[in-house]
Write a protein that binds this ligand. Structure first.
Ligand SMILES: [Zn+2]
Ligand SMILES: [Zn+2]
Ligand SMILES: [Zn+2]
Length: 266
């Protein structure tokens, strides 16, 4: 048995909550669960750690959760709220005195290498830049994992996110699905048997590149994880209210939430 823990670094949408300049009830709420930084997670397996996305709040999240190390980054897609904290990987490169592996689809890594080319140069004596190596992941459509994370399999799927695609990651029995507007039947089937599902749930109204609340509820029921947590929520969703009307075994995530699942190799 291998323990896999996932900490929600952030469960907010691209603006974060509170939204700058907004005086709505959620943005002014004193409830800590209504403060949401940009969407990201930290996975711990043994003494190793992997980050899903380095958004604009990554440095603050790494300090808040006292992240000890980063062995790799799993990128979902290259929107700014998931990527633009990439420079703050530099602190971990310096501390670990080595390059950090970054993973994602061909499209995502092409985009990152174009926009942050200097992050893929060799290190200098000063470690004054992040030092990364790019690894393109195929999809797990044939059922095969694409990586081994400390003895736990990683499966990778892609789903539409408006005109783009986002990568979906299943690590053992935990899955992270953000920034998608549709999941096909094969992906729903591949997500059977989850302990924990983290699922895009942007806002009440339908949206071209995300799941609405009703769509997220529907996918959560169909996937049937032991527990589903909603992520990437805007300031239109109030924590207590969303929990009250969520289906059984579903709830709103909050920054700092941690879950743990045991992986039993076959
Ligand atoms: Zn996003
Ligand atoms: Zn607001
Ligand atoms: Zn996005």
């Amino acid at each position: 048995m291998t323990a896999v823990s996932l900490t929600v670094l952030g469960c907010g949408s691209s603006s974060g909550t509170p939204v700058v300049g907004c005086d709505c009830a959620v943005c002014l709420s004193p409830l800590p669960e209504n403060t949401r930084s940009r969407c990201s997670a930290y996975i711990r397996i043994g003494g190793s750690g992997w980050v899903i996305d380095t958004g604009t709040d990554f440095r603050y999240q790494a300090l808040r959760e006292q992240l000890p190390r980063v062995d790799g980054v799993l990128y979902t897609h290259p929107h700014a709220d998931h990527l633009n904290g990439i420079d703050d990987l530099r602190a971990f490169c310096y501390r670990q005195q080595g390059a950090i592996a970054v993973y994602g689809s061909e499209f995502t890594l092409n985009n990152i290498e174009t926009r942050f080319d200097y992050a893929f140069w060799p290190p200098t004596h000063y470690w004054n830049r992040p030092v990364l190596t790019a690894h393109r992941l195929p999809e797990s459509r044939n059922g095969s994992p694409v990586l081994d994370l400390g003895g736990v399999p990683l499966w990778h799927y892609q789903a539409p996110h408006g005109r783009w695609h986002s990568s979906i990651y299943r690590i053992g029995n935990i899955a992270w699905i953000t920034d998608v507007n549709h999941l096909d039947d094969a992906i729903v089937a591949a997500l059977a048997g989850l302990d924990y599902l983290f699922l895009d749930c942007l806002t009440e109204a339908e949206y071209p590149s995300h799941l609405s609340v009703a769509q997220a509820f529907d996918y959560a029921r169909r996937i049937g994880a032991r527990q589903t947590y909603f992520i990437h929520m805007t300031h239109f969703l109030e924590y207590t209210d969303l929990n009250r009307r969520s289906p059984p075994a579903c709830a709103a995530a909050y920054d700092g939430l941690r879950v743990c699942s045991e992986w039993q190799a076959a």
